[in-house]
Design a protein around this ligand. Sequence first.
Ligand code: SAM
Ligand code: DTB
Ligand code: SF4
Length: 328
Amino acid sequence: MRTDWTRGEIAALFERPLLDLLWQAQQVHRRHHAPNEVQLSTLLSIKTGGCPEDCGYCSQSAHAKTGLKAEKLMDVDAVLASAAEAKAAGSGRFCMGAAWREPKDRDMDALCEMVAGVKAMGLETCMTLGMLTQGQADRLAAAGLDYYNHNLDTSPEHYGAIITTRTWQERLDTLEAVRASGMAVCCGGIVGMGETREDRVGFLHALATLPAHPESVPINALVPVKGTVLGDMLAGTPLAKIDDIEFVRTVAVARITMPRSMVRLSAGRESMSESTQALCFLAGANSIFTGDKLLTTPNAGDNADAALFAKLGLVAMTSEEPARVAAE
Ligand code: SAM
Ligand code: DTB
Ligand code: SF4
C-alpha cells in the first residue's frame, strides 16, 4: 500500500466533486472489503476521569470543568461481565479505555488479566491507555491484546492548539512501540475541532504516510462537551458542528488513501442523521462503535443501529483476524 502520499494529492482528493469522490472511494472499498459488512466494536471506560493531560476536547481531562468524577481502575471481574454483555449483543471487539497519560507498571497485571479474560470469550481485544513503553506494549501483546488505539488526533500544525501536555513525537513513539510488539494499530483522530480543510488534509496525510497504515482508522466528529475547552469555545459558533458533507469527504479520503484499513465511523454518530451515516458507509466507512455509550458520552444504541442496518441491508462483520487486515 502506498505510504508516499503528498499533501497536494490528498488536497486534490478533498476538492473532487462529491459524486466523483464517492465513486472512487466505493471502488477502492470494494476491491479490499466486503461491500455490506460493518465491523462492530464496543467501548468500556475501565478508568474514568481525572486525567492529567489537557486534551481540549476531552471530558476526562482534570483541566476540564465537566464535573466528571475521577474513578479508580475497574475490577477485572466487572470488566469481564461488561465484555460478556457486549458479546451477547453481537459485538466482535471489546475496547477498553483508560483516562491516563500512561499506565503505571503496578496496573499491568490487572490489565493483562482483563485482556486474557476478554480474549478467552472469543472477542477481539483493544485497549487505549495513553502512552506505552516498549516493555508495556510487549506485555500487553503477550497477554493477547490484538489492537492498541492511540490517535494522532489532528494535523501536526493544529496539534499544539488542542494538546500541550503530550507531544506529537511522543505519540509517534508509542505507535512505533505498538507496531514493534506485533499488535495491530488503531490510529485516527477528530474532525470538527475548529480546524481548517488544510488541517484535515494534514491529518490524513500524517496517517497515510506512517511507515505502515494503521489497521484501523477511527474518524471521530467532535462531541462538544460543556466544560471542555473546545466544547465551550465552539458552542454557539458556526464551527459548533462539522459540516456533514465535509465529514463524508474526510471518510472518503481516508478510504482512498488507506485502502485496506478499517475506517471507523466513531464518536459523533449519535448526532448524525441516518442519511449522513449511509453516505459515510458509501464513502468507505466499515466499522462502528455499538452500544448506548462511548466512554463518557452517549452513542446511538443497539436498537437504533439494528434499525439502521436493517434499512440499509448492512450486516455485522464476523470476527476479523488482525493478520488478514495487516497493512502492507
Ligand atoms: N487516554 C488515552 C489517550 O488519550 O491516549 C485513551 C482515551 S482517549 C478518550 C481516546 C480518543 O478518544 C482520543 O484520542 C480522541 O481522539 C477521542 N475523543 C475523546 N474525547 C472526544 C470527544 N469529545 N469527541 C470526539 N472524540 C473524542
Ligand atoms: C477513538 O478514536 N474514539 C473512541 C476510542 N478511540 C477510544 C473514543 C471516543 C470518545 C468520545 C467521547 C467520550 O465518550 O468521552
Ligand atoms: Fe486524557 Fe486521553 Fe482524555 Fe487526553 S484524550 S485528556 S489523554 S483521557
